[in-house]
Design a protein around this ligand. Structure first.
Ligand code: NAD
Length: 296
């Protein structure tokens, strides 16, 4: 293996440390405790794990953590009423509705009912528009975490060729906007892209966010490129359950200059960035300086 491993776990711990320091300052100097409310509808096992871990880490950095667990058959009006109440609650600075929602609930309507200033997932249409026009916004956590790791590794990203594989609203599109904001030349590849190996082969930075286990082999990667693997795929190998990314780590790490592992790469950064967004939202809500280095 020649690639440097980008240690997302260690980087996330550092980000959480910075968040905790800012939380302490807010408490001691201004008497303000940032608060994050997480809303979970239904009993999806993966969502329950995420919500538990978000709550635990929120409390660990000294913030107020509130969880609302609603029945799977919750009516849309009741969910909207809860969001309205959280929007008005001055002790809550961040609201996250865990996705996916049960089928009978309109995800767009629900997300767009969150106050944009408290939308710590960055999915509200106002935040999407602000990010797209290069204005101050709440930035989706996973792409923000990827950007932080890329900035840490490269310093400046200006002029680099970046290829984002995947065009989802949650990862691919905001990732592309952030890279554009840092002056990369950006290509978004997706399921209809022609000659994906050729497109990926031009990239100095590859961000894979597809959801297909190990689909990017080392032979697609330009020598020395930085590979950020967003994928989280559960597979069975040799009779054991295993987590793998969207890139084939074994072959890609032979060619890449730097690569994120799965697990231990992008995953831990996502929750760290959720905490960072909450402390940023709290600072903005109170007209106080934002923590440095924790926003795009
Ligand atoms: P999605 O299903 O919404 O989007 C997948 C994208 O991949 C689509 O835009 C599609 O066009 C593209 N695609 C599908 N097949 C392709 C192919 N053969 N070639 C090129 N492109 C193809 O997924 P998502 O929500 O963006 O998530 C992507 C992956 O990232 C998943 O594995 C998900 O679990 C993971 N994820 C991880 C984190 C994290 O914290 N690490 C956060 C969000 C998502």
């Amino acid at each position: 293996m020649s690639a440097q491993i980008i240690d997302g776990k260690a980087f996330a711990a550092k980000v959480r440390g910075q968040v905790a320091e800012h939380v302490t300052r807010l408490k001691e100097q201004h008497g303000i405790t940032p608060g994050l409310a997480v809303v979970l509808v239904g009993e999806d096992p993966a969502s329950q794990v995420y919500v538990r871990s978000k709550g635990k880490m929120t409390a660990e950095v000294g913030m107020k953590s509130v969880e609302h667990k609603l029945e799977v058959e919750t009516a849309e009006a009741d969910l909207l009423a809860l969001i309205d109440q959280l929007n008005k609650d001055e002790s809550i600075h961040g609201i996250l509705v865990q996705l996916p929602l049960p089928k009978h609930l309109n995800e767009d309507l629900v997300i767009n009912s969150i106050s944009p200033a408290k939308d710590v997932d960055g999915f509200h249409i106002s935040n999407v528009g602000l990010l797209g026009t290069g204005q101050k916004s709440m930035v989706p956590c996973t792409p923000l975490g990827c950007l932080m790791m890329l900035r840490e590794h490269h310093g400046s990203l200006s002029g680099l060729n970046a290829v984002v594989i995947g065009r989802s609203n949650i990862v691919g599109k905001p990732m592309a906007q952030l890279l554009l904001g840092d002056s990369c030349t950006v290509t978004i590849a997706h399921s209809r892209t022609k000659d994906l190996p050729e497109v990926v082969g031009r990239a100095d930075i590859v961000v894979a966010a597809v959801g297909r286990p190990e689909m990017v082999p080392g032979e697609w990667i330009k020598k020395g490129a930085t590979v950020i693997d967003v994928g989280i795929n559960r597979i069975e190998r040799d009779g054991k359950n295993k987590l793998v990314g969207d890139v084939d780590f074994a072959s890609c790490s032979e060619v890449a200059g730097a690569i994120t592992p799965v697990p231990g790469g992008v995953g831990p950064m996502t929750i760290a960035c959720l905490l960072a967004n909450t402390v940023t939202a709290c600072s903005r809500a109170n007209g106080l300086p934002e923590p440095e280095g924790l926003t795009a």
